[in-house]
Design a protein around this ligand. Structure first.
Ligand SMILES: [Zn+2]
Ligand SMILES: [Zn+2]
Ligand SMILES: [Zn+2]
Length: 55
């Protein structure tokens, strides 16, 4: 049995839900992607369907 906890990506504009165990961890937060974790330095989104975050 694996206890899976899901959390919203810590990027403010991001609507993605990430599994904590699979999340990109940065600054003590859980992110869905490197782009979110880095604060979208290049203006690229997280590339997940239905999400328009760009930092
Ligand atoms: Zn997203
Ligand atoms: Zn995200
Ligand atoms: Zn984001």
């Amino acid at each position: 049995m694996v206890n899976v906890t899901e959390q919203k990506c810590a990027c403010a504009d991001c609507v993605c839900i990430v599994k904590v165990q699979d999340a990109i961890k940065k600054h003590g937060h859980n992110y869905c992607s490197d782009a979110c974790a880095e604060g979208h330095p290049k203006g690229s989104g997280c590339q997940h369907d239905g999400c328009a975050c760009h930092g």
